[in-house]
Design a protein around this ligand. Structure first.
Ligand SMILES: Cc1ncc(COP(=O)(O)O)c(C=O)c1O
Length: 425
């Protein structure tokens, strides 16, 4: 059609007629409807409302570190931000020196050799990388095995990539492995992907290196890929050292591992994560990321190099701080009659709700009661799927005094509720 003809056609378009305007309907894509309502929404709404009304709520809900990164890292960020050459688009897979630094950390800490060009990619926080890796690997008809209870992204990144999820309970590691084998023997088509996370969020389950050796054997036998979410690599207690999946022989043939600077380095808001391991999986993630982002602010990448290179002692000290908080919380809760296992690593306590509450109210209602009447916010286990029902997750993100206070408030709240129940029964 010539420009003249288009003009003529435009003049006679029927939609020039007046029409009765209806309220415009926005139709979101089906993938948005596949996501469940945000399980922590009720808790968060009440938490903000209470804070607005002046209540000093102790918030043990989210694993959001409350301590700052080291000064030397903040100073490097400020200096790098002054350099005009750091303000353009960066590289979506991260600057090479940062990738070299994480490769060098893997070698120092785990004896794992990585090629920083092809076996390392940086992400805008590990959650972004994890979600896009699922998009790179999964599609309609593909199935992923996910540990239960689940960190929500482990399940919903697969769902967003149109994949199916099979949840297997993670509490007993031997059983988890045999259930993986059983699923692979009986499911057709076989699972394409296994997601693992140790130290596990939320259950705090940890494993020894031999576990990953078995995972690699299963992956090779049944032909599934593996994503290891190693978010709590740097937060460990007593003499426990969380092992890396990539240290297992052959791990890089079958999978990748995500790490983050959010937890051990107190850099959660900076959004610095890494994916390391299998070069083809990393190439897939890089391809997807190339379409979605232009990489992390370069000044942040430069400061992250300093954090990785020069702040090992601070990371160690931060673990000791979490260990002290763990002891305060475990001792306090045991004193008021709760059954809790001290975690060996991570930022959380995974506590069984005590009786009579466990059998008489939902986990969500119990958590709401602690917030409403005890001014303590925790995450109800049911927010991590059915396997979390009957448990609470407490993030050790407040200082020891505040944690002692939290236990007192929980104890008082439950005593009062018990007394009120006696009066009404
Ligand atoms: C198991 C697990 N994976 C990933 C993340 C996300 O970490 P990042 O801040 O690197 O996106 C978290 C954060 O809470 C987590 O608990």
């Amino acid at each position: 059609m010539s420009e003249y003809e288009m003009d003529q056609a435009g003049d006679s378009l029927p939609n020039q007629e007046p029409f009765e305007e209806q309220p415009f309907k926005i139709e979101l894509a089906a993938r948005v409807h596949r996501l469940p309502p945000y399980m922590f929404g009720r808790i968060n709404t009440l938490l903000y409302q209470k804070r607005r009304n002046g209540s000093d709520v102790i918030d043990l809900g989210m694993g959001n570190p409350s301590d700052p990164p080291e000064n030397v890292v903040i100073e490097k960020l400020a200096a790098a931000a002054q350099d005009p050459s750091n303000h353009g688009y960066s590289k979506s897979n991260g600057i090479l020196n940062l990738r070299k630094e994480i490769a060098s950390k893997y070698f120092k800490k785990y004896g794992v050799r990585l090629d920083p060009e092809h076996e390392v990619i940086t992400c805008l926080g590990s959650k972004e990388g994890f979600s896009h890796m699922c998009l790179a690997l999964m599609g309609p008809g593909d199935t992923a095995i996910v540990p239960a209870p689940y960190f929500p992204v482990h399940t919903y990144a697969v769902a967003l990539a149109s994949g199916n999820v099979i949840s297997l309970e993670v509490e007993d590691s031997e059983k988890f492995l045999s259930n993986i084998a059983y699923t692979c023997e009986h499911l057709y088509p076989k699972p394409k992907l296994l997601i693992i996370c140790y130290p596990h969020n939320p259950s705090t389950v940890t494993v020894e290196p031999e576990f990953f050796v078995e995972v690699v054997k299963l992956a090779k036998r049944y032909g599934f890929m593996v994503i290891s979410d190693f978010a709590y690599a740097d937060v460990a207690f007593d003499d426990y050292q969380p092992p890396s999946f990539l240290a297992a022989p052959g791990a890089s043939d079958v999978g990748v591992e995500f790490t983050t600077m959010s937890k051990g380095y107190n850099m959660a808001g900076w959004r610095v994560g890494f994916c390391c391991g299998n070069a083809e999986m990393i190439r897939g993630l890089g391809t997807i990321k190339g379409y979605y982002d232009y990489g992390m602010f370069q000044a942040i990448q430069i400061a992250a190099i300093v954090a990785l290179r020069d702040t090992d002692a601070a990371v160690e000290k931060q673990s000791q701080i979490y260990q002290g908080r763990r002891d305060v919380l475990v001792d306090g809760l045991r004193r008021i009659g709760w059954e809790v296992n001290p975690p060996k690593a991570g930022m959380f306590l995974w506590a069984k709700i005590p009786e009579p509450w466990r059998s008489s109210m939902s986990t969500m209602d119990f958590a709401m009661m602690l917030l409403e009447k005890g001014d303590v916010a925790v995450s109800p286990g049911s927010g991590f799927g059915e396997a979390g029902e009957g448990y609470l997750r407490m993030a050790m993100v407040e200082n020891e005094n505040r944690l002692r206070q939290a236990v007192r408030q929980i104890g008082r709240c439950l005593e009062k509720e018990k007394a009120a129940r006696l009066v009404t029964s």
